[in-house]
Design a protein. Structure first.
Length: 226
């Protein structure tokens, strides 16, 4: 595995360029690219995946692509389901906090091949524990749809590109809010069972957000997107 240090600004620039290339060009099998590009920006809260996704919006638009950022945190299951086994149960957090069926039904399938392009930007308001009542949006042709959050990969969600933000266990523990450290076993389980570093299209090490690094796998360049 090769790790290439990169500045935060350069990281955004290079990632934008890669997404624009994928959105515009044919896939590896020679087929045309999808009408919309569904991108997972996956990482624990300590890695700030929402911040990275938001930072990509303006550069993507400047590159000629409509872009929309949605948060997986707006697609949580109701509190009665999330907290069935307590408010700090790492296995429940790992297995059942995100409403994957809702995210797929309301966002990823409509944005996918043959979909309507009509997506719901949020499904559930965790603060009020009620439906968000958001209005549907119709994606302009060629939209890059960025979905950010934790534990997004390995569950069969149909993303076209997977970006994974990773921290060492020590850095993750250090940078996780003390009130949220009960989630650490969930991320250890995710790394062990799903191993997103082994298949994500882009892997970024963010132990220190001021000094990120682009990771290239030994079995092939993680820097190459499909």
């Amino acid at each position: 595995m090769r790790v290439r240090p990169i500045s935060p600004d350069r990281l955004v620039t290079e990632l934008t360029e890669r997404l624009l290339t994928v959105a515009a060009g044919p896939t590896v099998d020679g087929s045309t690219p999808p009408a919309h590009l569904r991108v997972a920006v996956d990482g624990p809260p300590a890695a700030a995946p929402d911040r990275l996704a938001e930072a990509l919006i303006d550069p993507l638009r400047a590159g000629g692509r409509p872009a929309l950022h949605l948060r997986a945190g707006d697609f949580l299951r109701p509190a009665s389901v999330r907290f069935e086994f307590g408010r700090t149960n790492p296995d429940a957090y790992y297995e059942g906090w995100i409403d994957e069926a809702g995210l797929r039904r309301e966002v990823l399938d409509p944005a996918g091949p043959g979909g309507t392009g009509r997506v719901l930007p949020s499904l559930w308001d965790a603060r009020t524990d009620r439906a968000s009542r958001a209005a549907y949006q119709v994606l302009p042709p060629g939209t890059v749809l960025l979905v950010s959050g934790a534990l997004l990969l390995g569950g069969g969600l149909p993303f076209d590109v997977a970006v994974h933000l990773v921290l060492s266990p020590a850095a993750l523990a250090r940078r996780t809010d003390p009130a949220q450290r009960w989630t650490l076993p969930a991320f250890a389980r995710y790394a062990d069972e799903v191993a997103p570093q082994s298949f994500a299209d882009v892997v970024l090490r963010v132990d220190d957000p001021r000094h990120p690094a682009w990771v290239q796998r030994a079995d092939g360049p993680a820097e190459s997107l499909p």
